[in-house]
Design a binder for this molecule. Structure first.
Ligand code: UDP
Ligand code: MG
Length: 317
């Protein structure tokens, strides 16, 4: 069986298109399929659409509905937990992940003895240039400094074997960064390339700011290089100021300079205290992550599934 995990946030408009497209592809797949939709606290009628979908195809469509918005990462985790298939795929509801790639992905996994087929976009068309620029920078940075490789343009859209899904589920951390997690668990992964697509309906839920925060998370969650960097900068400025101190003492002893250079002193103090704040900030970021992690809060809270919904109906009758 193939499980299709779809995190949904305000996707009432895209979902019907998605299911229609997917059903067409399903006929070309030699597996039975199940959908697992995760409603991530949508503010629109997504939940209602999901209930209707389940009623239309009770055997095929399962759904979970969160008690609030927990973020796409939580949605993915919940979906993977609920999935029962031997093969599991993760897709966006907006058809930006082309379902027509699925048959090929399945053949690849079955014939090549690989564990995962990922997808990557070759173009970033339809995206603001500034966003593409920062995305490129991000990938350069993490791949240079991080220990976990992240492929530029790789989407979350991928097909995995049960073994790999189970490995991912073992990572129960609260601060989840899927791109890193997929890569961290290892396994043989091959990438299929395709051209970027526009959303079929609805709007992207990512603002520039949220992407920026997401990329910082990506670095902090998978690498301690910023901390090392901070200590290097500290050591370097310590050394530099040591030499400067010796120079000033000698100069005063030899030439007996009067005291001047007040502006440069202030500039130096400001610079150094700025550096200290920056390093504190970096450390703080890690402490913040530890703080959230030690609370051991659940990654998501489910309010409704297709099963609880059915039970409700029975009790009301
Ligand atoms: N999504 C989610 N929770 C969120 C934000 C997004 O489950 O808080 C889902 C969304 O419904 C979609 C997928 O994650 O299926 C990708 O989101 P989006 O299309 O907004 O991102 P983009 O494709 O622009 O990167
Ligand atoms: Mg999208």
């Amino acid at each position: 069986m193939l499980s299709i995990v779809v995190p949904c946030y305000n996707e009432e408009e895209s979902l019907p298109f998605f299911v229609e497209e997917m059903e067409k592809i399903a006929t070309k797949i030699n597996h039975s399929i199940e959908y697992i939709f995760v409603n991530d606290g949508s503010k629109d009628q997504t939940l209602k659409v999901l209930r209707e979908l389940h009623q239309a195809m009770p055997e095929k469509v399962r759904y979970l509905s969160f008690s609030k918005n927990f973020g796409k990462e939580a949605g993915l985790y919940a979906g993977l937990q609920a999935a029962r298939g031997d093969l599991v795929t993760v897709m966006d509801a907006d058809l930006q992940d082309p379902p027509e790639l699925l048959p090929q992905m399945i053949t690849m996994i079955e014939q090549k003895e690989i564990d995962c087929v990922g997808t990557r976009r070759t173009t970033r068309e339809g995206e603001p240039p500034i966003r593409s620029f920062f995305a490129k920078m991000f990938y350069k940075l993490v791949n240079k400094f991080g220990d976990t490789e992240m492929v530029d343009g790789a989407r979350d859209f991928r097909l995995m074997t049960r073994q790999m899904v189970d490995a991912i589920l073992e990572l129960t951390e609260y601060n989840r960064f899927s791109k890193g997690i997929f890569s961290w668990v290892g396994f043989e992964t091959e990438y299929l390339e395709y051209e970027n697509r526009e959303r079929v309906a609805g709007e992207t839920s990512w603002s520039f700011w949220s992407l920026f925060k997401y990329s910082i998370d990506g670095i902090v969650n998978f690498s301690d290089v910023p901390l090392t960097l901070a200590s290097f900068v500290g050591a370097f400025s310590c050394l530099g100021s040591g030499f400067a101190l010796i120079f000033i003492v000698l100069r005063t002893l030899i030439f007996d300079d009067p005291t001047d250079g007040w502006p440069s002193l202030v500039a130096i103090i400001l610079f150094v205290s700025g550096l200290q704040l920056l390093c504190l900030g970096i450390i703080g970021k890690y402490i913040g992550k530890i703080f959230l992690e030690t609370k051991k809060r659940p990654i998501y809270i489910v309010k409704e599934t297709e099963e609880t919904q059915q039970n409700k109906k029975v009790t009301y009758k």
